[in-house]
Design a protein. Structure first.
Length: 489
């Protein structure tokens, strides 16, 4: 058997800015790519949710198929497998001599366990690991990971004070010597949603995966529609597609490199305008990096009930309240609209996520890990560091300097959905309800309910809790938990 270099694709489903692919091409060996659908990624979690449900699974399917097409244009075949990755590599080694495996670094404990198993299955192969998930290479940070600043603001200021540079994106190879596969080895196809143990989609996907569409979206948002210049002013919108960049699904799966986004920001600033909006999108890329660095520093503490803090909040578990939140039936319109959008599309705006998470933890008082697990299951743009980092932040056990930061979901509705358009879009039963009741339906009396065609408790739920009383109770619980920790220490 001839020697071959294998590029193992995971959360880096692109050809551009892909150092492992470039290194494999330079190795002088024939190259083959592989992507493995690991059944463990689609199993139920301890909370009864699929780890990856249909919205994200469909996005990954599309992304892998697009990756195969893009690799074919430069001469590299992509093998697609469904099963245990270590077994997939072991079987592959029976057909080709795997001299070396090129891959991007992953830092999660589950991903590392899978990687170690693959290494064990290929004792004679060398593994060449590159970094490619973040905007700024970890080696270029002006501090050791152990000295990561405690807040994002401090982190950003340290980077700017040191004038930390972003490395240039690596150009995609124009042609690679691909391997000639033996006839006994099939390329394989993506498993269906059914084969992954998931239900079919009930509506067309909101976002289609793949690097090709990612680059189209980048060009469209920046240059065709010229929306970058107003990003800071519109980013909190929840209904219009161009309120924000919507790059997150492609960034999460590595269909789009953050360094390429950065380079296009700089191109836009040079050719169009440099303003607060162009800077703010750069800041959002830094936020993404920061959560990844928090994960790198703290590891599995991201998943502890106490998070990054030294005290434990008495989180509750209430199945009835959790179901009301999941299904968008809490009686608080902004939360319900956001949760129904998530369930139907696999997406929710950042403003919606902040309100849904704050309500879950600071009003319902429920274990934040349950909410984070639901987001993990449903979100098409799930990123473990960003998702769990943001939930820690919302729960008050993360990197937020204000430990009991809360969102008044009724005031937020009035501020960010003033006409109620977003709420009415996702809660059609409230389509006739005007301002101000659309933001706080609980305040409608019998006359308003009859006039606007909605009966609370029948057509739309009564509130599952008293918003302000519940918040006072949670605040007191938080204070007691902190006092108890101070006493013990």
């Amino acid at each position: 058997m001839d020697k071959a270099a294998v590029v193992w694709f995971r959360k880096d489903l692109r050809v551009h800015d892909h150092e492992p692919l470039v290194q494999a091409a330079k190795s002088g060996l024939p190259v083959v790519g592989i992507y493995v659908f690991d059944p463990k990624e689609f199993e139920e979690t301890r909370y009864g949710f699929k780890k990856t449900d249909r919205h994200r699974a469909r996005f990954v399917q599309d992304s892998v198929e697009d990756l195969r097409s893009n690799l074919e244009t430069i001469g590299v075949p992509l093998l697609i497998r469904h099963g245990d990755p270590a077994e997939a590599f072991s079987v592959l080694s029976e057909h080709i001599f795997i001299h070396s495996v090129y891959l991007h670094e992953e830092i999660g404990s589950e991903e590392l366990a899978v990687e170690h198993a693959v290494r064990d299955s290929l004792p004679d192969a060398s593994f060449m690991v590159s970094h490619g998930r973040n905007l700024i290479h970890p080696d270029d940070l002006p501090f050791a990971i152990e000295e990561l600043p405690q807040t994002f603001s401090q982190y950003r200021k340290r980077l700017e004070a040191a004038e930390t540079k972003v490395r240039a994106a690596v150009p995609a190879p124009l042609h690679v010597t691909g391997i000639s596969l033996p006839k006994s080895l099939s390329l394989g196809v993506c498993p269906t949603l059914s084969e992954l143990g998931l239900n079919e989609l009930t509506r067309p996907p909101r976002y289609t995966g793949g690097s090709s569409l990612a680059k189209e979206r980048l060009t469209d948002y920046f240059f065709t529609k010229d929306r970058l210049k107003v990003y800071k002013e519109t980013r909190n919108g929840m209904l219009a597609e161009d309120d924000s960049s919507k790059f997150s699904p492609w960034l999460a799966h590595g269909c789009l490199s953050p360094r390429v986004v950065y380079e296009q920001i700089k191109r836009y600033e040079k050719n169009r305008v440099e303003n607060g909006s162009t800077y703010w999108l750069y800041v959002e890329l830094l936020w993404r990096d920061y959560f990844h660095l928090v994960h790198r520093k703290f590891g599995n503490r991201l998943f502890f009930a106490s998070g990054l803090r030294d005290f434990s909040v008495p989180w509750e578990q209430d199945e009835e309240l959790t179901e009301a939140w999941i299904n968008g039936k809490t009686g608080y319109p902004l939360v319900d609209a956001a949760m129904r959008e998530l369930k139907e599309t696999g997406f929710m705006s950042n403003r919606g996520r902040q309100n849904a998470a704050s309500f879950f933890t600071k009003n319902l008082g429920l274990d934040w890990r349950i909410g984070a697990a639901w987001f993990e299951s449903e979100l098409v743009d799930f990123d473990v560091a960003s998702n769990y980092g943001n939930w820690l932040y919302s729960a008050g056990v993360g990197n937020d300097p204000i430990q009991f930061r809360t969102f008044n979901v009724e005031k937020q509705a009035a501020d960010y959905d003033p006409a109620g358009d977003y709420i009415k879009h996702w809660l059609p039963e409230l389509s006739r309800v005007p301002v101000p009741w659309i933001h706080a339906t609980r305040e409608m009396g019998f006359i308003e309910q009859e006039e606007y065609g909605v009966t609370l408790g029948k057509d739309y739920p009564l509130p599952v809790i008293d918003l302000h009383e519940a918040m006072r109770e949670r605040r007191e619980q938080f204070k007691q938990a902190m006092k108890q920790n101070d006493t013990q220490s």
